[in-house]
Design a protein around this ligand. Structure first.
Ligand code: GRG
Length: 296
């Protein structure tokens, strides 16, 4: 990784973590077990991709970082909830996440379910306090994240994944799963960052296309890393997709074709940024390239 992106990520992740720290109830707040579990999963060292994309989209649309930070934090709360629930024995049944035992391993299933619920709810409590802009009332921002996390997108993808396990799926069915499970929240991260910056409709549209392509590329890279990396490198179980006959891009279209597809989608994402001036889109471009080459 080059030093420019490393310095950028370090600085932004620090600001995102500080915001999350300030917005999360203290571990000692009653009921302490619940708040400890929420913090345990949230501060376990995730890559903070969705908040980073939200901040970068806000910056590209001329907004101030401080205006996007609460929304960026809300996105990370939603994402962390989805990971906690996905790891449960009744879902993907994983023991290891973000370099530590999963929430249900550390706190038991009951508290893990409730910590996920509480993080999802907290996200909307945070969003409800965001200042609206001229073009985007608060209801538009709330709808954006609720829709991405709801039964049409994130949960729809999870249901299709659960129901498709062990079956032979077509490329378009696979795409449906990953549009929902992965690309929807990534797209909403970019769109919500644009909304808090009062983005023009043309820029919002460009970021939507950018996010849809980037989100699918992100998932393909995730599938590839599951095969090529170790549990230690990833901080989560590795090689599990093959064992569990999961519906992945390498399984459906092959390993080499998956690499090409991730690169093609990243190019399509970058092309969608034509509506931005070069100096506006530099960070988004840097993040897109980093996500394609990441090793964890
Ligand atoms: C349980 C409602 C519900 C949804 C679960 C998000 C999800 C849907 C499942 C998690 C497993 C998975 C493969 C999701 C696809 C998205 C993805 C690659 C998540 C991992 O995101 P990273 O790499 O994780 O950004 P960190 O830990 O770095 O934040």
């Amino acid at each position: 990784m080059d030093s420019k992106i490393t310095a950028y990520l370090t600085q932004k992740i620090r600001v995102i973590n500080k915001t999350l720290e300030a917005l999360l109830p203290k571990a000692s707040t009653k009921p302490p077990t619940l708040h400890r579990a929420m913090r345990y999963s949230l501060f376990a060292g995730g890559k903070r991709i969705r908040p980073l994309l939200c901040l970068a989209a806000c910056e590209a649309c001329g907004g101030k970082e401080s205006e996007a930070l609460p929304t960026a934090a809300a996105l990370e709360c939603i994402h962390t909830y989805s990971l906690i629930h996905d790891d449960l024995p009744c879902m993907d049944d994983d023991d290891f996440r973000r370099g530590r035992p999963t929430a249900h391993k550390a706190f038991g299933e009951g508290i893990a379910v409730l910590a996920g619920d509480a993080l999802l709810t907290l996200a909307f409590e945070i969003l409800a306090q965001v200042r609206p802009t001229r073009r985007y009332p608060l209801s538009a921002l709330l709808f954006e994240l609720a829709h991405a996390a709801g039964s049409h997108k994130l949960i729809a993808g999870q249901v299709a994944d659960l129901e498709g396990e062990g079956q032979k799926l077509s490329r378009s069915e696979l795409r449906f799963i990953h549009r929902g499970k992965t690309a929807a929240l990534i797209t909403a991260s970019l769109r919500s960052g644009a909304m808090v910056a009062n983005a023009s409709p043309a820029k919002l549209k460009a970021l939507t296309t950018f996010g849809e392509n980037l989100g699918l590329a992100f998932q393909i890279v995730d599938d590839i890393l599951d095969i090529t990396q170790t549990r230690e490198q990833l901080g989560k179980s590795a090689g599990k997709d093959l064992d569990a006959q999961k519906l992945t891009y390498p399984a459906v279209i092959g390993f080499e074709a998956s690499k090409h597809e991730a690169a093609r989608l990243t190019r399509a994402a970058l092309k969608a940024l034509a509506a931005f001036k070069q100096k506006e889109k530099t960070t988004l471009e840097m993040l897109a390239r980093f996500l394609l080459c990441r090793q964890s």
